[in-house]
Design a binder for this molecule. Sequence first.
Ligand SMILES: Cc1cc2nc3c(=O)[nH]c(=O)nc-3n(C[C@H](O)[C@H](O)[C@H](O)COP(=O)(O)OP(=O)(O)OC[C@H]3O[C@@H](n4cnc5c(N)ncnc54)[C@H](O)[C@@H]3O)c2cc1C
Length: 448
Amino acid sequence: MKRLYDDDLYRFDTPQRSYWEATAGDLDVEAVPLTGNESCDVAIIGGGYTGLSAAYHLARNYGVDVRVLEAGHIGWGASGRNGGFCCLGGTNLGAKQLIRKFGLEEARNWYRAQVESVELVREIGAEEGLDFWPQGDCEYIVAHTPRCFDELRDTCDLLTGKLGIDANMIGGEEFRERFYDSTEQYGAMREGPTFGLHPLRYCKGLANAAASNGAILHDRSEVVDWAKGEDGTHSLTTRGGMLRAKRVIYATNGFISEDLRREYSGRTLPIISAIIATRPLSDEERAAQGWQTDQPMANTRRILNYYRMLPDGRFLFGGRGHGRGGAIKEQETYTSLKRLLGTLWPHWADVEVEYGWRGLICFTGALRPSIGQLEDDPSVFHGFGYHGSGVAMATWSGSKLAEWIGTGSMPKLPAVAQGLGRKFPLPGLRFNYLQMGIAASRWLDNRR
Ligand SMILES: Cc1cc2nc3c(=O)[nH]c(=O)nc-3n(C[C@H](O)[C@H](O)[C@H](O)COP(=O)(O)OP(=O)(O)OC[C@H]3O[C@@H](n4cnc5c(N)ncnc54)[C@H](O)[C@@H]3O)c2cc1C
């Protein structure tokens, strides 16, 4: 298969050594590799939130005969590895850029969809009785320089004044008293409605709910060939079997196999994001940094960090991963994340890190997600490109794809998420573009 990173990032038979894998528990339902010749109405490639949400909504709301083909185990990809921020997001375009590009009405539609997406995860959790360890009710974007606090204030005015988002600013001193102290803390913007969750428990819960409603799940079933017959039937070949389907949803996001369908090749830029988790911190250790919150947090660095205190007192700290997927750069990533953690919270500089893991998020050339149907083949649907914020948005995307297929007509989608977006010019150079983008971001981070 043609993919952008080293093979190490695509070992579908190997789970990450993550805190989530260690604490998720088993699936309640059966998932087995595809064998022999099978058929269904809708086949879904990818067993993360996009694919599983689509399967769940198709089976539950429309009684559709649906199967999911997942190369690893259920939740092997980003959906089992993320920071667990069930948050607003999905594009890499700021509020101002969105208004300029799409107009105020469409920007509002897009923000409404983001709020809806977070609420959808809460609803699924409540309806299906999912035990995904929810924490908090908003997110704090913490200014890492005084100038960034001023920029955040402008964003906050736009979000509350024009885009219907619940947000407010908190000065540095008040923030220190109520949340934590750090070497890079100059106040923050609170933004709702975000909450923290256990991503793999959520993913497995979604899979359980999909299967209980009739969806069939095949794990360890990497699709290695995709053909379409003259009668319009798709044939998806795995190493163990073949699945024929009238329609296909392509839901592989950052772990895309570039050569399965030419229409999707060269459109995405997967980027490594990585996370470390410390051992549980004692009450005294937390008090040393004035830490007193379980709300999810991120900073304003362009090479962003995201962090949360987990229910058992471990500190989760995430950021950009180094290199092209090889093992040496993987270790460098965890070392540099630990070093940065110690710089930002000096009292925790020597706390042991017990877990480190990484995965691929998915950018697109248009810097916005794509939820849709192929123009030249209306039997093929897709949802991808959540720009590192897909816990809620991928769930929403899957539900919209299910509605599209279940009702036979396109649901109301914000213009921001429509259209396949352009291919990258000279797609073979995408990794070089990324390196240039990182260098520019680092330079800007040092100047802000
Ligand atoms: C380290 C990290 C931290 C993140 N933190 C957050 C966060 O805190 N909040 C947030 O909102 N988002 C976060 N994200 C992003 C979020 O996890 C993703 O946007 C979301 O999980 C995407 O879901 P998905 O189902 O589209 O893709 P994935 O979950 O990546 O699933 C795609 C699946 O497709 C499968 N696949 C690929 N090729 C094939 C094939 N040929 N045949 C069969 N199966 C195939 C893969 O095995 C994979 O499991 C993070 C991502 C990472 C990596």
